[in-house]
Design a binder for this molecule. Structure first.
Ligand SMILES: [Zn+2]
Length: 157
């Protein structure tokens, strides 16, 4: 890592700490030549293979913008979206592969989005799973209802 001040080709790590979400490491570095201090942030690379075949780095912002559309008019805040995007990133990183396709991201979004807002979930699922009939919506809604009943029963015990 070159020093950003004097371009010296070496630097010394003076402090390392893991971010709160455990997904990156921040290192404080010092240049032995000019004494300048700077930070680097290290994350394991995670790439997304898009349907077009294009590969790009995973972006929480893209997850958020995809979900934000489904949440229009719903009581979902930007903070909720940020938490969801973090959960999605953790889920896809847990698969252990450094390349995932957009399909896997869609799948990882469904669970946390369902917990967040069921209407937004149905909207997102209808696009992502390409619902093409009322029956598809009915099946999803029946599933949500069945789970509500299951949860209510659990609550009684
Ligand atoms: Zn330097």
């Amino acid at each position: 890592m070159h020093c950003p001040f004097c371009r010296h080709s070496d630097s010394r790590v003076i402090d390392s700490r893991t971010s709160d979400d455990g997904l990156s490491i921040r290192r404080r570095r010092q240049c032995p030549e000019c004494g300048g201090r700077f930070s680097t942030i290290e994350t394991a690379s995670l790439n997304v293979i898009k349907r077009s075949g294009v590969i790009e780095p995973f972006s929480r912002e893209k997850v958020m913008s995809g979900v934000r559309k489904a949440c229009q008019g719903r009581p979902v805040t930007e903070a909720d979206l940020a938490v969801l995007a973090q959960a999605v990133e953790e889920a896809v990183r847990q698969t252990g592969s450094s390349q995932i396709d957009t399909n896997e991201i869609g799948l990882a979004i469904l669970g946390p989005l369902r917990d967040l807002d069921e209407v937004a979930y149905l909207r997102f699922a209808s696009v992502y799973q390409a619902f093409d009939s009322l029956e598809d919506f009915e099946a999803s809604i029946s599933q949500l209802r069945a789970d509500h009943v299951a949860r209510a029963v659990d609550g009684d015990s």
